[in-house]
Design a binder for this molecule. Structure first.
Ligand SMILES: [Zn+2]
Length: 321
């Protein structure tokens, strides 16, 4: 009986510990439970909102980041958002020199950020260049393999909102394939639905079909939620063709408004094992709350597909195939 009680107690403890993890709003900056569960200190709130505290006095605290600033006046009990009155602050507390505010403020501010953050305006040309070689327009050119990363049992990265990388990759890859086909290119997709394909098989599809190019589409993820931007990868031993292709895509993607980390080298299996010039595009960070939202957005997906396609066509038109 005693053993059973112990087991139940330890299960309850584990359950409490787990639920504590899922409610970070109840913790302060040091990760210790805040003295009052409904209150969070301002440094913690700034961290949650991916903002910095740029001014801290007894009367005024300013949080800023992402082009927004929030001025909090604890003594006067009100908040300003981008220099406009936003509302009352509500309950506050000063403990050990730290100012605590209600945790619900985070959600309230997030909603305002969504409303006021301007949408990215693309500078992508509306028209897509046509391939210059007659054989391309006739559908006689060699095949381009488009590889939407992950799929089936492998979701890839998962956004804070709960959607999967495999879906974003497929959505964009299908659009790239569509635009290239319309321009006269022959396309093979490594997957065109939600199925799992081994990495080696993806490279083999390109090799078996004597492909001209291999384009792998992914979205990034990392532990630092603030990190954003796209990266175009080639294998470490990649020749100048793959590097030129990567740079052509990089140049076009900059027009989507997503920050460029440029062209990098990494020995991903799909890059290392393909015989033709191969690139892997990490379109942006799904681990970043805001960027993930953009990557899921249909309009942004179209912009990305057009940019990647334009990069491919520009490269093909300049090369001597
Ligand atoms: Zn991936």
């Amino acid at each position: 009986m005693k053993k059973f009680t112990l087991l139940v107690l330890s299960l309850v403890f584990v359950a409490l510990a787990v639920s504590g993890c899922q409610q970070p709003a109840k913790r302060n900056a040091a990760g210790v439970l805040a003295p009052d569960e409904q209150m969070v200190n301002l440094y913690y709130l700034a961290g949650r909102l991916e903002m910095k505290t740029s001014l801290v006095t007894d009367r005024k605290i300013v949080l800023s980041g992402g082009g927004n600033n929030i001025a909090i006046f604890p003594k006067d009990n009100y908040i300003y958002f981008n220099d406009k009155y936003f509302g009352t602050l509500g309950k506050t507390k000063n403990k050990d020199g730290l100012i605590y505010v209600r945790s619900s403020l985070e959600e309230q501010i997030r909603k305002e950020i969504v409303k006021t953050t301007p949408a990215i305006t693309p500078v992508i040309p509306k028209t897509i260049p046509k391939p210059t070689k007659k054989s391309w327009a006739d559908g006689e050119g060699r095949i381009i393999v488009i590889d939407p990363g992950h799929g089936g049992k492998d979701p890839g990265a998962i956004s804070p909102h709960g959607f999967y990388e495999k879906t974003v990759n497929l959505d964009v890859a299908l659009q790239i394939a569509g635009i290239l086909k319309d321009s006269g290119f022959r396309i093979i997709m490594t997957r065109s639905n939600d199925t799992f394909i081994e990495l080696d098989e993806r490279a083999n599809i390109a090799n078996r079909n004597n492909a001209l190019l291999f384009i792998s589409i992914h979205a990034d993820s990392c532990a630092t939620s603030g990190r954003n931007g796209f990266t175009v990868y080639v294998a470490k031993q990649a020749g100048s063709s793959a590097r030129n292709l990567a740079e052509a895509i990089d140049r076009q993607m900059t027009g989507t408004g997503i920050k460029s980390h440029g062209t990098r080298q990494a020995d991903y299996r799909v890059l290392k094992n393909t015989r033709c010039p191969a690139v892997l595009v990490e379109m942006g960070y799904l681990s970043n709350y805001w960027e993930a939202k953009q990557l899921k957005d249909k309009n942004m997906q179209r912009k990305l597909a057009v940019a990647i396609t334009n990069g491919i066509i520009n490269y093909v038109n300049r090369s001597k195939y």
